[in-house]
Design a protein around this ligand. Structure first.
Ligand code: HEM
Length: 308
């Protein structure tokens, strides 16, 4: 009886007719099963205007969607979209230009001196984004990038929502004025916010767990908590749901962060549990944090703090 009751909430379906239909999945095997089912797709597989109202409302205040230019960040595009391969390949090439020993040292210095979150994020933004913008990102833009929404819960506070909309506009206008012609504005613009909101936090987790391998640190403290899909076929996902999904309306929310913590599998830190479409930044991030860990570990206890 208890097992049957638990299975009713696992995955959890929240369905309010004509308003909302969401399936929240935290179990790692269920995430993999749904991802492999052939019944879900990336949100922008559908035209933005036909997506559920709350999806448009929420995402237009995040770093993932610019509704005025009608641009979505790459993970939201179907792999069958003709723009997908060249966009992925452009990002891969830019990320492959790597980082320098100086980059590692400057972040290590900030961590050692317990610099503010803002100073740390701003410096890391330069390390990641110089390759896209060919110039340093100004402080007011990294500050703005922090203000976009990071969870649906935040969207219910009108002042946060209005501020988030202003922030995404500010970041995207900067991208338009600064990026070289032909570069996808949101694929690059997103990366400022991603570093400010997720990567910088990850660096602190690393410092607090210097003795653990980076793979362990970033599965125990995954920077990305969730990813979303939209349903493309009516299905009960082989009995996981009581009622079938609605095409183009049911949204699946994978709790990949929880799955990473449970499985210690980096495929959940940087993807949806499998090797397909993993984060373009994964290898850079792991190599960088590995070097950073070495640099931080080499600091002799009691050595003078040069950064302060
Ligand atoms: C530590 C920080 C980061 C984490 C934990 C992270 C995590 C993720 C995750 C979980 C996905 C899969 C999303 C999904 O399946 O819906 C993803 C996709 C992606 N990420 Fe990251 N990300 C990080 C930083 C970045 C940065 C800085 C960049 C750009 C330089 C980036 C570029 C991408 C791209 C382009 C994809 C889409 C890959 C594809 O669909 O082919 N990520 N990331």
């Amino acid at each position: 009886m208890l097992t049957r009751l638990q299975s009713l909430f696992n995955p959890l379906r929240i369905k309010i007719p004509f308003l909302l239909d969401v399936v929240i999945v935290s179990d790692p095997d269920q995430i993999k099963q749904i991802e492999a089912s052939g019944c879900v797709e990336r949100l922008h597989a559908y035209d933005s205007r036909s997506l559920p109202w709350w999806v448009r409302l929420y995402f237009r205040a995040t770093k993932f969607y610019d509704d005025s230019r009608e641009l979505w960040f790459l993970p939201f595009e179907s792999a069958s979209d003709p723009s997908y391969p060249p966009r992925r390949s452009y990002l891969e090439k830019r990320v492959a230009t790597g980082y320098t020993e100086e980059d590692v040292k400057s972040i290590a210095d900030l961590l050692r001196s317990d610099a503010s979150d803002q100073a740390l994020a701003h410096e890391m933004v330069q390390v990641v984004n110089r390759r896209f913008f060919v110039q340093d990102i100004p402080l007011h833009i990294t500050k703005a990038a922090k203000g976009t929404l990071q969870s649906v819960r935040e969207a219910v506070f009108p002042w946060k929502y209005v501020r988030a909309r202003a922030c995404i506009r500010q970041v995207m206008d900067y991208c338009e004025q600064t990026l070289p012609q032909g570069v996808h504005l949101l694929d690059s613009g997103h990366n400022i916010g991603e570093v400010v909101q997720a990567t910088a936090k990850g660096l602190r987790s690393l410092k607090d767990n210097l003795q653990d391998p980076v793979e362990e640190v970033f599965t125990a403290h995954p920077p990305t908590p969730q990813s979303t899909r939209i349903v493309t076929k009516p299905t009960r996902f082989d009995g996981l749901l009581l009622l079938p999904t609605s095409v183009g309306q049911t949204v699946v929310l994978y709790n990949i962060g929880k799955a990473a913590t449970k499985t210690h599998d980096l495929h959940f830190t940087f993807g949806a549990g499998g090797p397909e479409r993993l984060c373009v930044f994964k290898d850079f991030f792991l190599a960088f944090t590995h070097d950073l860990q070495r640099e931080l570990s080499e600091t002799k206890p009691g050595a003078p703090d040069l950064a302060s």
